[in-house]
Each structure stands twice: as structure tokens, then as C-alpha cells.
Design a protein around this ligand. Structure first.
Ligand code: ZN
Length: 587
């Protein structure tokens, strides 16, 4: 499936004029005049600015300025390479895919991916068959009260021993090299072994239902080993872009017009066993923008069902912020210190239905949660509550909804609505300020440009999208060589936050640590984005001034030496530069 596709097929795909039909798979389009419009899948919006032209066979978003042809759409929406996109469109349009010899490297790369997928699919079969002979796994699933139907549907299995798995895959002609390169097996001097041994296995599929990795859980409660082990991160297995259960839940989410978001694999399976099919779980991390984009293809309503423990609360808050920023409707079900799986086993499906009916808006959930610790007859507590609630309020992009909550809050706390609005404005206004200037004010001797550099670096440590954007920026706008090299280091890494420090050289480590501390103040994507572009433009302006001054210096020198040819050249260059103006970085 990954081999190079012939030019003839590519041409047929390019000639295919079904852009409207294809895009309709991902979002609802309405005809307006000659074009079709809908809600942009690439940025959060309430009023449609995503436009598809059947005449020109292109799309364009007036909100985020994303545009292109059908192939570009397919690539962008599913994060596909050009050839993968061609393949997907060809399948959709019933075009026969003709393959040809590709370059050796390409062929190797695609073959590798193909073999890894084949390896996962075969391993998944072996894990399933091992379940019949593994008492520990059968006992575990029985204890968790999973039905045979659920076990079959989600392809659950177990890994008895490394050796057993290795031998079984050998019989299926999977090479040792593939076992290692797929990440399924690790190798040391004496031994080749699977990290999943003595664990129950949950296969993890991507949006197109291909098995791209595994989650493995330990069943012995007395063991000191990590409770869950996942496949290693790779091009195929990117936890930030996967949702457990999504491949099974797609249809149901569309029908119910809503998705239930839970924390664990077991929650997904148990919900499904009790008849709630529209359920997915994030992959052990808090929800990411990429995951929200996957959900958005199917619905704009999310009901969060996380535990009420401290970790659950924090995860809920982070997820809510991201969902609200992406313009989703978010409700929260209070699970009373239980996870959905245990709740269903104890109280049954009807009780969960009641819970779902009692779900409250994300804002109400947080407001009550924060309020429960405070004494609102104490004015200091009231002030704290208002301050704590504002970040959530700020994420609500719909003004009407926001002012509704402000009104409710003012009534509840018996304070003047304008006080909240003023605080709110302060917060909203702040985001358009030049953050770089305010940063780090207690460090003497740093100028505004150095601060801007550090801020950009801080933000890309925590935001992969902006890191990706920075890859396309000419880093000569940086003026401090050390910060520039540190930035280049981060750009080339795939890690986020504290993990960045793990393999960092001593030279970089302490500075990067400082930068990461700096990063903590930019806690929402919106602020990160604003700060990032503010700072880029501060540097862009400085670079422009610096270039102009340099050219003027040169002109002076050539004037003095009487070198007319060079003088003319540089003057033309200066003219050109001035006409071009300051380059403005935009999202
Ligand atoms: Zn857009």
C-alpha cells in the first residue's frame, strides 16, 4: 500500500473532480451560490468560512487562510504524505492504483511502514490466540467482567512470554529485523525480548482502523512494574494523534451527534459492553488539539466522564480548556470518585443514562468545583474564585454564552457584574500586549530582543504546532547565538516539556530548564500563539532595521571609495528592501 504510485494514477486523481463529495465525508457543506461552505476543520469557528469551489476544485478558508486542492485537503486533514493522499482519494473515487518502481530510499521507507503494519496485524492475531492458553489473562478479564463479545470486538489478547510470541511470529515469516524495527521487540547483547510479556494487550487502531500499536497492562497487583506500557512513539504510533476506540465509535458518534470522553481503555470497552458505543479515550495524556480535530470530523459535542480524583480534575480542566478553545460544546458528568467502568458494573446502564442526563456545562462544573473549597461570605474568597474562574470563562469564544455565565456568577456571589467584566477585559486585553517586554524584568541587562528570543524558545518547548511553524522561519532574525543554537536543538527534537531535558547536553540543560520555567506562564494555546507571533514580529522589525543600517553603511563606504558599480547595486538593494517593508509573521 505504500509503494510508489504511477504518474498515470496521480494524473487521474488530479483530474478527479469530486472535491465536494470527498470533503463531505469530513464536514457538512451547504451550497451557497456557486460554492459550498461549512465549518472549517482546521481551525475553531462558529460561523462557516470554509469554502469549496466545485468549479475550481479547490477549498479556501477565510478564517485561517488554509487553502489548496483536493490532494492538499486529504494530506492536511489526515496528516498524510502526498502518496498516501493519492491512495486515499483513488480509493474514494474508484480509480485503479497503478504502481511503479520508485527510488530506492522511498521504496525502503514505504516497505518498512508496510512491514511494520503487517507485523502489528500478525502480532495482534498471535496475542488473541495466546489468550486461550493464558490463565492469568483469562482470570484478569473475568475479574473485570468483560464479556467474550467485548474481548472479540476490541481484539483483546495477551502476551504469555516473549519466546512464545517470537516463535509464533517466526512461523508467520516475520523477520527478526522487522520485529525489532517495529518496536515490538527490543534487543540486547544476548537476548531479543518483548516489553509486553506477561501483560494483557489492547490493540490500538488509527482513524482508518489500522492497528498502529498496542497498550499492555500488567495483571499482577503486587508487581512493581509500570501498570501500562505502550508501543514506542513512531510515525505510525503518535499518542497525541490517536484516540482509543475511535475506529469502533465513528458511526455511533455521528448518529448520537456526541462523543463520550473517558480516561482508560477499560472504560471504553465497558461503556461499549453496556450499549454506549460513542465513546473514546485519550491515550494516557491530557487531550491534544490534534485529538480534538479528529473528534470534530464527527461531532462538535463532547461529554467528559473522568474520575473525580485530583488527577482526574486536573485532566478535566486541561481538556475543557482545549475543547472550548476549539469551539466545542462541552459537558461534564460527575462520576463520584468512580471510573465509568466500575460505575457501570455496580449500577448498570440506566444509572449511567441518568448521570448523562444530569451532566452540566463545563463552566458550571468548574465553578462548583472551585467554589466548594471556599467560603463565599468571605470577600477575599470571592475575589479568588472570580480570578480562578476567569481562565475558563476566557476560553468560551461565544460572547453570548460568556456573558450569560458572568450574569449567573454575579447573582450567585452577590457582586456587581461589571467587576467581573472588568477583570475579564483585563485578561483579554493582556493577551494582545507585547509579552516579550514584560518578561523576566528582574534580570538586568536583557534587552527586548533577547527576551523575545527566549519567549519564542519557551513557547516551542510546549507547543508542537508553533515549533513546526518555526521550522519555516529564517532563524537569522535571532541575535543571540546561544539562544539560536538552543532553538535549533529544540526544533529538531520531538519531545515536549520536561522530557526535552532528558537527553540534553550539560551545556544546554540549565538554560533549557530556565526556559521551561518561563514557559509555564503561557498556559493556553491562544496565549502561546499570540505571544509567539508578537515576539517573532519584534525580531522581524529589528532584523529589518539592522539590514537597512548595514546597507547604508555599505553605501557610505562605496561613496567614499568611488566604486560606482557596487554603489548602484547596493542602492538598488536598499530600495528593494525598503519597498519590501518589514516582514510580518502571521498564523
Ligand atoms: Zn480555517
Amino acid at each position: 500500500m505504500f509503494e510508489k504510485i504511477s504518474d498515470q494514477t496521480i494524473q487521474q486523481v488530479k483530474n478527479y473532480n469530486g472535491i465536494v463529495d470527498f470533503i463531505q465525508q469530513y464536514l457538512t457543506l451547504k451550497k451557497r451560490g456557486q460554492n459550498y461552505i461549512g465549518l472549517c476543520p482546521f481551525h475553531g469557528e462558529k460561523t462557516p468560512s470554509f469554502t469549496v469551489s466545485p468549479q475550481k476544485q479547490i477549498f479556501h478558508c477565510f478564517g485561517c487562510h488554509e487553502s489548496g486542492d483536493l490532494i492538499a485537503f486529504a494530506q492536511k486533514i489526515d496528516n498524510l504524505t502526498f502518496y498516501e493522499a493519492i491512495e486515499v482519494i483513488a480509493n474514494f473515487a474508484n480509480i485503479d492504483v497503478v504502481r511503479e518502481q520508485s527510488s530506492k530510499e522511498m521504496k525502503q521507507h514505504y516497505n518498512q511502514l508496510e512491514r511494520t503494519l503487517a507485523c502489528f496485524s500478525q502480532a495482534s492475531d498471535v496475542f488473541r490466540s495466546m489468550l486461550n492458553e493464558s490463565q492469568f489473562a483469562k482470570d484478569y478479564f473475568a475479574k473485570r467482567q468483560l464479556s467474550q463479545e467485548s474481548i472479540d470486538m476490541f481484539g483483546l489478547g495477551c502476551c504469555g512470554s516473549s519466546k512464545q510470541l517470537f516463535d509464533a511470529l517466526k512461523v508467520l515469516n516475520v523477520s527478526e529485523a522487522d520485529l525489532v524495527s517495529s518496536g515490538l521487540f527490543s534487543k540486547n547483547q544476548q537476548d531479543i525480548y518483548c516489553r509486553f510479556q506477561h501483560r494483557v494487550i489492547f490493540p490500538i487502531a488509527d482513524y482508518q482502523s489500522r492497528i498502529v500499536g498496542f497498550g499492555a497492562r500488567i495483571t499482577d497487583p503486587t508487581s512493581n512494574a509500570a501498570k501500562y506500557v505502550n508501543s514506542e512513539e513512531s510515525k505510525l504510533f503518535n499518542k497525541r494523534k490517536l484516540l482509543y476506540g475511535l475506529s469502533y465509535a465513528k458511526q455511533s458518534i455521528k448518529q448520537q451527534k456526541c462523543v463520550l470522553l473517558v480516561e482508560g481503555y477499560m472504560d471504553v470497552i465497558m461503556c461499549s459492553q453496556y450499549g454506549f458505543q460513542n465513546v473514546v479515550a485519550c491515550m494516557g495524556t491530557s487531550l491534544t488539539v490534534d485529538q480534538v480535530q479528529l473528534i470534530k470530523r464527527l461531532t462538535d459535542s463532547v461529554v467528559i466522564m473522568f474520575d473525580n480524583d485530583k488527577a482526574g480534575q486536573t485532566a478535566t480542566k486541561r481538556s475543557i480548556e482545549i475543547l472550548l478553545q476549539e469551539n466545542m460544546n462541552v459537558n461534564v458528568v460527575s462520576m463520584d470518585q468512580m471510573d465509568p467502568a466500575d460505575f457501570l458494573l455496580q449500577f448498570g446502564a440506566d444509572a449511567l443514562k441518568e448521570k448523562l442526563a444530569e451532566s452540566v456545562s463545563a463552566f458550571q462544573f468548574f465553578y462548583s468545583f472551585l467554589k466548594s473549597d471556599l467560603d463565599i461570605s468571605n470577600i477575599n474568597h470571592v475575589s479568588k474564585l472570580v480570578t480562578d474562574v476567569l481562565p475558563i470563562l476566557k476560553c468560551i469564544s461565544d460572547d453570548v454564552v460568556r456573558s450569560h455565565y458572568i450574569c449567573l456568577m454575579a447573582q450567585d456571589l452577590k457582586i456587581n457584574e461589571e467587576v467581573i467584566v472588568a477583570k475579564m477585559d483585563e485578561l483579554l486585553y493582556n493577551k494582545t500586549q507585547d509579552y516579550s517586554i514584560k518578561l523576566d524584568t528582574n534580570k538586568v541587562g536583557k534587552n527586548k530582543y533577547q527576551k523575545a528570543e527566549e519567549t519564542i524558545l519557551a513557547v516551542i518547548c510546549i507547543n508542537l504546532d508553533l515549533r513546526e511553524y518555526l521550522k519555516g522561519v529564517d532563524l537569522t532574525i535571532f541575535i543571540t547565538p546561544f539562544i539560536k543554537s538552543l532553538t535549533e536543538y529544540v526544533i529538531n527534537s520531538n519531545e515536549l516539556d520536561g522530557v526535552l531535558l532528558e537527553n540534553t547536553s550539560a551545556e544546554f540543560k540549565s538554560s533549557l530548564g530556565n526556559i521551561l520555567m518561563l514557559a509555564t506562564q503561557y498556559d493556553t494555546q491562544m496565549i502561546q500563539k499570540n505571544v509567539f507571533f508578537d515576539c517573532l514580529n519584534v525580531l522581524s522589525k529589528q532584523k529589518f532595521t539592522q539590514d537597512i543600517n548595514q546597507l547604508k553603511e555599505q553605501i557610505k563606504l562605496y561613496e567614499e571609495s568611488g566604486n560606482e558599480t557596487e554603489l548602484e547595486k547596493v542602492m538598488a538593494e536598499l530600495d528593494q528592501k525598503k519597498k519590501g517593508g518589514i516582514y510580518e509573521y502571521k498564523y
